[in-house]
Design a protein around this ligand. Structure first.
Ligand SMILES: CC(C)(COP(=O)(O)OP(=O)(O)OC[C@H]1O[C@@H](n2cnc3c(N)ncnc32)[C@H](O)[C@@H]1OP(=O)(O)O)[C@@H](O)C(=O)NCCC(=O)NCCS
Length: 342
């Protein structure tokens, strides 16, 4: 096993060099999720902006979805797997507490033995991963870092829960981060608020579940994802404006300079309110992948980035604000130059 030594010279600037995604095969309509929660296609479209989402089936797992997305990112970055010095995988839905998923993804990609670890910051995980990757490269610890956001939320959401069953979907997105001659990833503005840990949570821990199982056997109810929807909505829609402004300012820009905004695809109405409050230029493209992907938590920003580029709403090199927020509560934002994606 070759030793991996830290590089001794960091890079002043970093950038997204390539992007890849994996969208599960199975498309799930609003009508399909509406039945068990006494809802309707119309209610779901109006309240969340979601038309369809995708659910993983069969061989589509956190590891296989990540691996496929990473292959696309490596291809578009024109980087070989062996050139990756570190893998950072953001997820809240890898079903094991240990070991992490990232080493299996690195192995599946034929990378040898790079450092590879999972990162848990809810829906803000991908933007946390970018911050870590960029600073690893600036500090000289790594030259190329693979950052993956991946979720299999259909396994953790209760189909009978009105607050969550219609909202979430599955998928994966990945980027290669590397050194650059000019700034391609702006400073990250991030934070957390543990007093709000209950707002989006696993509704019981595994120790509690097994105690219940010992007592009630097959009647024990497994843990599910739970969310205080209205509180999360208010917080996300109205409290993150300053985070966005700080990230834009830290990149040396004003809101009107942005060519794209890619907020976490939490809810279509939250996205609209956030964009409206920032006073963006009319030509600024606003990501709206929630329509087709639902809320895919840590995967949502790279998936939305790919949709924006694929549809031609924004081009590689465009200045885009990324802002992600969710369980923790936690949040992170940075301005990036959009990468190549093919
Ligand atoms: C979940 C969410 C869409 C619910 O919308 P809301 O406007 O807050 O809905 P409320 O819970 O206040 O309920 C409003 C009405 O819709 C009904 N309702 C709630 N869920 C429903 C559902 N799934 N289908 C149909 N009706 C529903 C309620 O019973 C209520 O009816 P009433 O007015 O007759 O009493 C919204 O709170 C939300 O998107 N929150 C943020 C979620 C999010 O982004 N989470 C991820 C962050 S990472």
């Amino acid at each position: 096993m070759a030793a991996r030594l830290a590089h001794i010279t960091g890079s002043e600037h970093t950038a997204l060099l390539g992007l890849g995604v994996y969208r599960p095969q199975r498309i799930v309509t609003n009508d399909e999720v509406a039945g068990p929660i006494d809802s309707s296609d119309e209610w779901i479209r109006t309240r969340s902006g979601i038309h369809t989402r995708r659910f993983a089936t069969g061989s589509e797992t956190v590891v296989t979805m990540s691996t496929e997305a990473a292959r696309g990112a490596l291809r578009s970055a024109r980087i070989e797997a062996e050139q990756i010095d570190c893998v950072v995988l953001a997820t809240s839905t890898w079903p094991l507490l240990t070991p992490a998923a990232a080493p299996q993804v690195a192995t599946a990609l034929g990378m040898g033995h790079p450092p590879a670890f999972d990162l848990s910051a809810g829906c803000a995980g991908f933007c946390h991963g970018l911050a870590v990757a960029s600073d690893l490269i600036k500090g000289g610890t790594a030259r190329h870092v693979l950052v993956i956001g991946v979720e299999l939320l259909s396994a953790t959401v209760n189909p009978a829960d009105r607050a969550t069953a219609f909202l979430f979907g599955d998928g994966a997105g990945a980027v290669v981060v590397g050194p650059a001659s000019e700034p391609g990833i702006g400073p990250t503005v991030w934070g957390s608020d543990g007093t709000q840990h209950h707002a989006i949570r696993q509704d019981k821990n595994w120790v509690e579940f097994f105690a219940e199982f010992d007592e009630r056997g097959a009647e024990a109810v497994r843990p599910w994802l739970a969310m205080e929807g209205t509180a999360v909505f208010r917080w996300a829609a109205h409290s993150l404006k300053q985070v966005c402004l700080d990230a834009i300012g830290a990149a040396g820009l004003r809101p009107g300079d942005l060519e794209a905004m890619i907020p976490h695809q939490a809810n279509g109405r939250i996205i609209e309110i956030m964009a409206r409050e920032l006073d963006l230029s009319p030509s600024c493209a606003l990501a709206g992948d929630i329509e087709e992907a639902g809320n895919t938590s840590a995967a949502s920003i790279p998936l939305a980035m790919e949709a924006l580029l694929r549809k031609g709403d924004a081009k590689p090199g465009a200045d885009a604000l990324l802002v992600a927020f969710g369980a923790g509560l936690s949040w992170a934002a940075q301005v990036v130059k959009l990468p190549n994606w093919q």
